[in-house]
Design a protein. Structure first.
Ligand code: NAD
Ligand code: ZN
Length: 366
């Protein structure tokens, strides 16, 4: 079991990562779990069907009373007001109090909504993140919680750190291919903002399937270490935490414009990563050819660039202007001075248009 320490201004806690680790990792929190008056597992319903016992059985072994289990709608649809309210009602009906403990068992969506439930129930109760997707190596760490509003994604939420993160990577074996692509895009993002040699290693694979479980595990640990460093320096996204948004300004626009559910978050971010590197070459000193190399590597790994062909830049720009980092109508992008050296930069519209046109051309050529 690998253990990474997360130290933030508001809380320090540990992330435990490894295959089949629930029993040993939960044992580290036995006292805290035993002292809780109620333990509740909130689980993504698809994850429940495949993996519920992995967490439920060892957890139940610590307790004399039954563990409560509540199944959430699978994936993004759980990040709603309706689910939020249903979870709060469940806790109240079961008689939960400030002494209760919650477990969020699922992907990033489950972690986000349950983090928000935990942060608001009786003004905040402890919760443990138990992520089950590759992407959630990112979302389960750092304490951002959220639900969606019809007006926009992640519009309602809080910063609220978990007691611990227990990432049993044996759950990843059932992850659909599209979700593997999605999660690995965030791993590649972590490499781009931190370490050129690691990036080269990641991009040297011919397919994501050719990575062994052990290699994937080591990449997840590295990704979590990058995130740990950043949230330690800037828990509330006042400065360097913004760098984690590399590829996200354009990526979020693609995600929204194509329609949520038609493309995964990470696949949209992958396209955004290439655009960020093109802009970094044009506006900063990033070595020429880096963006094109990334494009070809991502294409080889199975990422789609189809949305660049189907979406007009005029459709994308309004979404980018609504980005949380935009101000006074200007587009603020995370760019790279070089691999491992991110910075914020205002991007002139005409440069963005040029990058979009260029990426279209590359996409037509492959
Ligand atoms: N809080 C943060 O810092 C942060 C960071 C990045 C992303 N996010 C959020 O994370 C969410 C995306 O998370 P995600 O990519 O994990 O997607 P997700 O939680 O929506 O899960 C994706 C799909 O995979 C299924 N699934 C999950 N684990 C599985 C498993 N082990 N086997 C089989 N199927 C499984 C789910 O049922 C769902 O259908 C978004 O809502 C995004 O906003 C949050
Ligand atoms: Zn992301």
């Amino acid at each position: 079991m690998n253990t990474i320490s997360i130290e933030t201004e508001s809380k320090s806690y540990k992330v435990h990562v490894g295959s089949t680790i629930f029993e040993s990792a939960l044992a580290l929190y036995e006292q805290q779990i035993r002292q809780a008056d109620h333990a509740v597992i909130f689980v993504d319903e698809a994850v429940a069907a495949l993996h519920l016992d992995k967490l439920l059985k060892p957890l139940q072994s610590f307790l004399d009373t039954a563990v409560h289990v509540y199944k959430l709608p699978s994936g993004e649809s759980s990040k709603s007001f309706e689910t939020f309210l249903a979870c709060q009602s469940f806790l109240l009906v079961k008689g939960c109090t400030r002494k209760s403990i919650l477990f969020a068992y699922g992907g990033g969506a489950c972690g986000d909504v349950i983090g928000f439930v935990a942060s608001t129930f009786m003004r905040g109760i402890p919760f443990i993140q138990c992520p089950t997707t590759i992407l959630a190596h990112d979302s389960a760490v750092g304490g951002k919680t959220a639900i969606n509003h019809p007006q926009g994604k992640n519009m309602i939420g809080s910063f609220y750190q978990p007691e611990a993160v227990i990432f049993d990577t044996s759950t990843l074996t059932t992850l659909p291919h599209q979700q593997v692509l999605s999660g690995m895009a965030e791993v590649i993002k972590h490499a781009l903002i931190s370490d050129e040699r690691w990036l080269e290693e990641l991009l040297s694979y011919h397919s994501l399937e050719s990575m062994t479980e052990e290699q994937k595990l080591s990449f997840l640990v590295k990704g979590i270490q990058v995130k740990a460093e950043i949230v330690k320096a800037d828990e509330f996204e006042q400065s360097v935490r913004k760098y984690l948004n590399l590829g996200h300004t354009y990526g979020h626009a693609i995600e929204a414009s194509v329609g949520y559910g038609n493309i995964t978050h990470g696949e949209a971010v992958a396209v955004g990563l290439v655009i960020s590197l093109q802009l970094s070459e044009r506006l900063l000193s990033l070595r020429e050819g880096t963006a094109k190399k990334l494009f070809h590597s991502l294409h080889k790994l199975g990422y789609t660039f189809e949305p660049v062909l189907t979406q007009e830049i005029d459709q994308l720009i309004p979404y980018m202007k609504r980005d949380k980092k935009a101000s006074f109508g200007e587009l603020h992008f995370v760019l790279l001075e070089k691999i491992g050296k991110p910075c914020m930069k205002i991007v002139p519209l005409e440069e963005l248009v040029k990058a979009h046109v260029q990426l279209r051309q590359w996409s037509k050529e492959v």
